[in-house]
Structure formats: structure tokens, C-alpha cells
Design a protein around this ligand. Structure first.
Ligand SMILES: *Cc1c(COP(=O)(O)O)cnc(C)c1O
Length: 408
């Protein structure tokens, strides 16, 4: 008999977005004429920047000519895109990254979910709570998370982020091997300052841990004291892998492109005492299981870095962050406790009167016809909060805030 990978059966039925969809569907079928505003799922609404579409079209034209047609590309990505990333995202901040340390991919979800392939099952994981569910579920699937207990997964250390610690995670009190950090944070919209991130890098260096740093929302950072890359922190090249994505930066959620940086200094010892460079192991893994991001997509991503592309993505980011500002101000005026929305397109709101996340979700849906995401879906510390995204249109954002302020 063929046997299953039963780790999949341990996955908590992650019904979050399905539950939300079902509740919304039930409501709309009972009230077909009511206009619902969806501020739940973190997908963008602004169309692709024209410069990006131009880059795609030119690449598509090359593909129809025998002379310029491209088949399989270089395994870690085309040099033209690697160079654009290195120059614009890193050299501009005095960070030196080599092409051999950079991996172009089809988005940050794939690599944050797959990176565990190069680490032993016998590693203790640390996550901040609440958190992007991919980090936990990908560890459950390979058996690294252990078993589910009333306090969460047995091999995962949860670091709560809540009002009491002002959403700044405390360092773990025990040894952990692999630490997932996501800043600016999804779902809370909070950030770590340079000195706060420095503490984590120091912990990792002192403990021989590796930080998996997801900076998918880096482009939304507005404040000076917030690092855009973990490599702005001294020593991070010895302990951190960084994941970036064009999804939120440039509207690539449906186009699919991102990248991962694994510095040459990241070297682990094998049990027979060989020094193994993690980026060579990852190159081997990708070479076997991934055949690269399409040429057309990589040309589209390259176009983001043209002067026109930079202007156009900035206009879109400004648009979302203006939504966030409108939402923040309005919710604060309503007397709610509001977190995030300054360096990230997410607003994390404490439910009033001690309501649970789902209770407040239901009331927003039933009474003002707004869909949010219940915070508890992102982990136990999310209970008593909900998340709004600023990725809607301006009209929707304003209308939603109007409905809430006249209701609450
Ligand atoms: C949206 C998001 C990503 C990006 O995922 P892609 O696969 O690049 O679309 C990565 N990490 C977090 C935390 C996100 O919210």
C-alpha cells in the first residue's frame, strides 16, 4: 500500500479564508442588493505599472523571433535582473550582494515555504505570534513542527506580539535554531527599529541560529529608523537569509516574481565536519525542483527599476499608504486601538468591549457590510484583534471608514 505523508493530516484545518468566504457568501445570498466592502484578503487592486507591461510586451516580442527566443534561463535568474536588484535594492544602501548569493524566484511564498528543505528536521523553530501562516504550515508538512498541543506546536517557540509589549517581540528565553521574522509585519503592520533588529541578529550570532527574514513589505517603509534589509545590521550576513517579493511592491501578485538572498558567510557544519555553504545547497535544491522564473516575467521585474518604473510603483505605494492614513485616522477618531498602517499597508485593530475576533468580524459584516480578517486566524495572540488591508480602492477605504464611524 502506498503511504501518505501523514504530516499533512496534522495541519490544522486552516479554514480562515474559507470560513470568511462562506460567511460572506451566506450574507450576500440573503442580502443580494447590499454592497459589501472587502478589506480582508491581502491582494493589491492597482493595475500593473505601464513600464512593467512595456517590459513584458518587449520580451514577448523577442520570444517570437528565432534570434531572440529564449528557452530555459540561468538557474538563479538572468544577470540583467540580478544586477538591477543588487544595484538598486542593496548597493544603494551600502550592502554588497554577489550574483551567486541571489536567487530569482516566482514569489516569496515559494521560497519561505520551501527553504526548510535544506535544514534538518531536528531544528527548533521560533515564530512571532500572530504570523503569516506559511511559516508554520510548511514546517508542519515536513514534520518539523512536532505535534499540536493546547499551547501550539510542540517544536515551535511562539513569541507573542501584543499591546503589553507594544508589538515588539521579546527574544526567546530558550535556544532556538531557526527564527522567522517578517518586517514590516503581516498581519500587524508593525516594524522593528534598527536597534530592535540588532538584538535579534545578536541573539542569532550568539546562539548559532539562522534568521529567515521576510521583507515583502520593505517598499512601504516610510520612517528613517526602520531597516529595509536585515543586511543593514552588522553581522547579519553570518546569520540571515532575506526574502523579497515584487507582489506588493509592484502589483505582481498575479505575475509572480521575487528573490532570496543567501550570503556566502552562511556556512553550517555537516555531521562529518564539512563546512557547507547554504547557498550552494539551495542552488542544488532549486536546480532539482525549480526551473526558473519566465524570461518575460524577469524582464517585467527589471522594468520596475527603470526611472519610469520607480515613479510608477511609488505612485501606487503612496496610494495605498494614503488609504492606510485615512483608515488609521478615522479608526483612531472612533476611539479604537489602532496598530500599524504607518510603514505597512495593514491596520491591526483591537476589537472594542473585549469582543472576540470572530464576534467583531460578524458584526462588521452584518451591520456595516465590511469584510475584515479575524486576527485569531494568524495565531493565538491575534485573538481580540482584526486586520484591515489598505490595498482597496480609495473610494472603498473612505466609504468603509464612513460606515464604521457612523456606526460605532
Ligand atoms: C504577500 C506576502 C508575501 C509575498 O508572497 P508572494 O508569493 O511573493 O506573492 C510574502 N510574505 C508575506 C508575509 C506576505 O504577506
Amino acid at each position: 500500500m502506498t503511504k501518505l505523508n501523514e504530516n499533512f493530516l496534522k495541519l490544522q484545518a486552516n479554514y480562515l479564508f474559507i470560513d470568511i468566504a462562506n460567511k460572506v457568501k451566506a450574507f450576500t445570498s440573503n442580502h443580494p442588493n447590499i454592497d459589501i466592502i472587502r478589506m480582508g484578503i491581502g491582494d493589491v487592486t492597482r493595475p500593473l505599472p505601464p513600464a512593467v507591461v512595456e517590459g513584458m510586451k518587449n520580451a514577448a516580442d523577442e520570444m517570437k523571433e528565432e534570434k531572440t527566443f529564449r528557452g530555459y534561463g540561468p538557474e538563479q535568474g538572468y544577470p540583467f535582473l540580478q544586477e538591477a536588484i543588487i544595484k538598486n535594492d542593496y548597493l544603494s544602501r551600502n550592502i554588497n550582494i554577489l550574483p551567486e548569493e541571489l536567487f530569482i524566484n516566482d514569489g516569496a511564498k515559494s521560497d519561505t515555504g520551501n527553504i526548510g528543505d535544506i535544514f534538518s528536521i531536528d531544528n527548533t523553530i521560533c515564530v512571532t505570534d500572530p504570523i503569516y501562516p506559511v511559516y508554520i504550515d510548511s514546517n508542519v508538512m515536513c514534520g518539523r513542527a512536532g505535534n499540536l498541543t493546547p499551547n501550539g506546536w510542540s517544536n515551535i517557540v511562539y513569541v507573542p506580539c501584543n499591546s503589553e509589549n507594544h508589538f515588539v517581540p521579546e527574544l526567546p528565553h530558550q535556544h532556538v535554531d531557526i527564527i522567522y521574522l517578517c518586517y514590516p509585519n503581516n498581519p500587524t503592520g508593525t516594524v522593528l527599529t534598527r536597534s530592535q533588529l540588532n538584538e535579534w541578529v545578536k541573539y542569532a550570532l550568539d546562539n548559532g541560529s539562522i534568521i529567515l527574514y521576510d521583507s515583502a513589505y520593505e517598499a512601504f517603509i516610510c520612517e528613517d529608523d526602520v531597516p529595509h534589509s536585515i543586511y543593514e545590521i552588522e553581522g547579519a550576513r553570518h546569520c540571515a537569509i532575506e526574502f523579497r517579493s515584487f507582489s506588493k511592491t509592484a502589483g505582481f501578485t498575479g505575475v509572480r516574481c521575487g528573490y532570496t538572498v543567501i550570503p556566502n558567510e552562511l556556512v553550517l557544519q555537516s555531521s562529518d565536519n564539512q563546512s557547507i555553504r547554504l547557498n550552494r545547497l539551495w542552488a542544488r535544491r532549486q536546480g532539482t525542483k525549480y526551473n526558473g522564473t519566465s524570461y518575460i516575467t524577469q524582464r517585467a521585474a527589471e522594468a520596475i527599476y527603470s526611472p519610469q518604473g520607480q515613479q510608477e510603483i511609488k505612485a501606487n505605494i503612496d496610494y495605498y499608504m494614503r488609504n492606510a492614513e485615512i483608515m488609521r485616522n478615522s479608526l483612531i477618531k472612533c476611539g479604537l486601538e489602532v496598530i500599524g498602517g504607518v510603514n505597512a499597508p495593514y491596520i491591526w485593530v483591537k476589537t472594542p468591549d473585549g469582543m472576540s475576533s470572530w464576534e467583531f468580524f460578524d458584526r462588521l459584516l452584518q451591520e456595516v457590510h465590511i469584510v475584515c480578517t479575524p486576527g485569531v486566524g494568524f495565531g493565538p495572540s491575534g485573538e481580540g484583534y482584526i486586520r484591515f488591508t489598505a490595498f482597496g480602492t480609495r473610494e472603498q477605504s473612505i466609504e468603509a471608514m464612513y460606515r464604521i464611524s457612523t456606526w460605532i
